[in-house]
Design a binder for this molecule. Sequence first.
Ligand SMILES: [Fe+2]
Length: 502
Amino acid sequence: MRAMPDSPESRESSVGAVAPDAPDWTARVENPYLRGYHAPTVHETTAVDLAVEGEIPEDLYGAYVRNGPNSVYQPSNQYHWFDGDGMVHGVYFREGKATYRSRLVRTEFLGDETRSGAAMWPGIMGPFDFSAPRHYLKDTANTDLIYHNGAILALWYMCGDPYRLDPLTLDTIGIDDFGGKRTTTVSAHPKVDQRTGELVYFTLADEAPFMRYGVVSAEGELVHEIPVDLPGPRSPHDLTITENYSILHDFPFFHDVDVLRKHGYRVAKFYPDIPSRFGVVPRRGASDEVRWFDFEPGYVLHMVNAWEDGDWIVMDGCFQPDPTIRRRKEEGELASMLGYLRINAHLRRWRMNLRTGETSEQQLDDLNVEFCLPDTELYGQQTRYSYHQRLPIDPYTVEFHSLVKYDHSDASSVRHDYGPGMLGSESPYARRRGATEEDDGYVVTIVADAADLSSACWIYSARDIEKGPIAKVALPSRVPSGFHAKWIPGDRLWDAGAADKS
Ligand SMILES: [Fe+2]
C-alpha cells in the first residue's frame, strides 16, 4: 500500500505486489502500473456458466465489453499505462447466465512484435524512434470500443486504424477501411447515432489539417469527411453529437510539435490564457460551416452527451479547470508519468445558442468524476441520467473508487463505494429488456480486488445504485484496470440478422 500524506483519500490506494499471472518481465520493472490490479495480463480466456453471488436478472440481455492496456513485451523506455496492447474483455448475459471471454486485439503492430519476439516501439514517455516501422508510436487499439455495422471497433486515443472484432468471439477480423474510402486514422470516442446508424468521428494530425471530421453510414461506408481549421496541433479526446450537429473540441492543453520533432517527446502543456473552444458543425457540414464558441480554459477528456433545445445546444461533460500535469518531486523519475494520470474533473454544463451566439457554462457538482456514460443508445438526444467513476483527488495511481449516478435535471447524485482495495471499471448502462423509461435497467462494471487480485462483474439496478450490486459474477481470471467499456444490446448479438454468429 502506498499512502500520500497530502491526500487522505489516496490512503485507500492499494496498488499491490507483482501479479503472478502478469508477463515475467513486469517483475523486473519498478512501475506501479505493472503491479497488482494494474499489471497486464496476456492470458486469453473463455469460460461459460460463471458462478454468481445473487442472481443475474433474466431480462439482462447483452454484453458488457471493455478495452484496456496489456503489454505483451517489455518496452525499451519507461512504461506508461497507456502503452499496453489492447485486450477486450466481454461478459455476455442471456437467460440469467453469464459467459466471459478475453482476447488481445491483434493489431498489425502486435503482429510485428510477435514475429520479432520483442517490443519494437518506445511508448508514450519517449523518446520516440522516428525510424520505427509504420509509426513512431505503436497503434495498440487499446482505448475505446464501439459497436457499429455488425462488429466491435477497437480504437486508439492517439488516432489509429479502427480494428473490427467479432462481437461474440472477440477475435480480430481486421482493419476497417470504411467501404474502401478511409484515408485517415480515427480517434477513440466516435459516436453512433442510433436513430440513423451513422458513426461520427474525428482524427488529429501534427501537420495541417490538424483535425478531420467524418461520418460513416450505418452500412459502414464513409460518406462525409472534411478538414477542420485549427491554429496548430491539438489533443482533444472526445466529440459529441446532437440530432443535427456535431461538436468538436479545441482545448488549451497541447504539445509543442517542435519539441516532438527535435527531441522525440510529446509533452502537453496547459495555456490558461487561451479559451477552450467548441466547434459546432452540421452532421454533414462543410469546413466553413464549423462555428466556434469560446469558454473557460481547461480540458475535457470525456463528455456525457449533447442535445438540441430550441436554438440551444446543451452539452454535459467532465471538466478539468487545471489539467497541469501533477508531478511530485519525491516520485523521482516516475513523477511525470504518474502526474500525467492525475485527473481532477467535475460535472459541467455548456450551452451554445446557434441563433444569437450566446453562451453559458455552469459547474453542476464538485465530486471528482470521470469515465462518464449516459445510456449510449441515446447519444445525441436529451438524457437525464449518467453513470460516472469517482476518483480521489490526486491519487498515487488512477483509482475508480465509486459508481456515481447523476440526475442531470437537478445535478443530484447517488453513489456506491466499491470498498477498500476494490477498483471499478467504466460502467455502462444496460437497458432492461422491455424497458420504456430511461433508467429502467442495470449498470454493469468489472471490479478488481487488490487483496487477492480476483475480478468480478458487478450488476446494479440502475434505480438503486446506492444499495450496491444485486449480483456479482465471479470471473475466471484477473481483469487488469482498463479504459473504456460499452453495453451491446443482445438483439444486435443474437437476434435476427446476427443469429448465424451465435
Ligand atoms: Fe477516453
